[in-house]
Design a protein. Structure first.
Length: 122
């Protein structure tokens, strides 16, 4: 009887040892899976942050490019206006010089009409 109890005790220890080992492996596997999930979540979070940062940088870059284009447009418009004003001033000066020569007014009016009439719009 003692031998049978001893064998049962040994079998119980083996079963308990096996159960503890299986339980330990399950816990380790669960911890490993939890860690992997946390790592994946952290990677997703970092990726999302990086994408949002890139989008913000791109929006800022586009806004900056639009501002530069707008400023270039304003500058070109000012240059064109300055050029047109200069041409108009030259025409007025030439008309004054033409009148100063003593040319009859009716000829001056015809020349002035042709010189000062607006050209085709661009």
């Amino acid at each position: 009887m003692a031998r049978k109890e001893h064998e049962q005790m040994i079998q119980t220890k083996r079963d308990r040892s096996y159960y503890d080992q299986v339980l330990r492996e399950q816990r380790e596997q669960a911890q490993k899976e939890q860690k992997q999930q946390e790592e994946r979540a952290a990677k997703r979070m970092a990726h999302g942050i990086a994408v949002r940062r890139q989008m913000k940088e791109r929006q800022e870059q586009l806004a900056q490019e639009r501002a530069v284009c707008f400023e270039d447009g304003k500058r070109l418009q000012k240059e064109m206006q300055k050029h047109a004003d200069r041409i108009a001033q030259l025409k007025r000066t030439r008309m004054e010089e033409l009148r100063a020569t003593g040319l009859p007014e009716r000829y001056c009016i015809g020349v002035e009409y042709k010189a000062l009439k607006p050209g085709p719009k661009r």
